[in-house]
Design a protein around this ligand. Sequence first.
Ligand code: SF4
Ligand code: SF4
Length: 144
Amino acid sequence: MKKPVIDHGDCKQCGGCVEVSPSAFACNVLGFVDVLEAGPGGCYPEDEISEAIAICPEDCIAWEEERIQPVRKKPRQPDYRTPVVDYSGCNQCGGCIVISPSVFTCNDSGYIDVADAEPGCYPEDEINEVIAICPGDCIAWDEE
Ligand code: SF4
Ligand code: SF4
């Protein structure tokens, strides 16, 4: 049986799904949206559920049988991370340059520069190694 599920972590209680499919969704006493028991024959109204999935502003409704991982249609994109240096902890040991010379360089003022790269083109393994060995704990991924 196909059953709709809601990722309550993302639900903003807008009530859109309840309006579209009141036989499948209802607001409980705590203000959260619940999935109701299926109607006669154990079936949910597929068209209504599909419409609720389409209009949910937070993309937090899905068919359970389609769900492989928690319902998130907008996963984080780790490929878009950029390494950043917190200069307050840097002692210019040069470890980052040795491990990842294509990314880290020393500028004329003696500070570590991070080379520009296209999203997803930083050498992930090297950067992770640099993060691990940096004695000042001053390198991190900026995931904004
Ligand atoms: S439409 Fe989505 S965000 Fe709005 S109440 Fe339903 S599950 Fe929550
Ligand atoms: S490894 Fe860390 S402390 Fe050493 S130069 Fe690079 S950023 Fe600075």
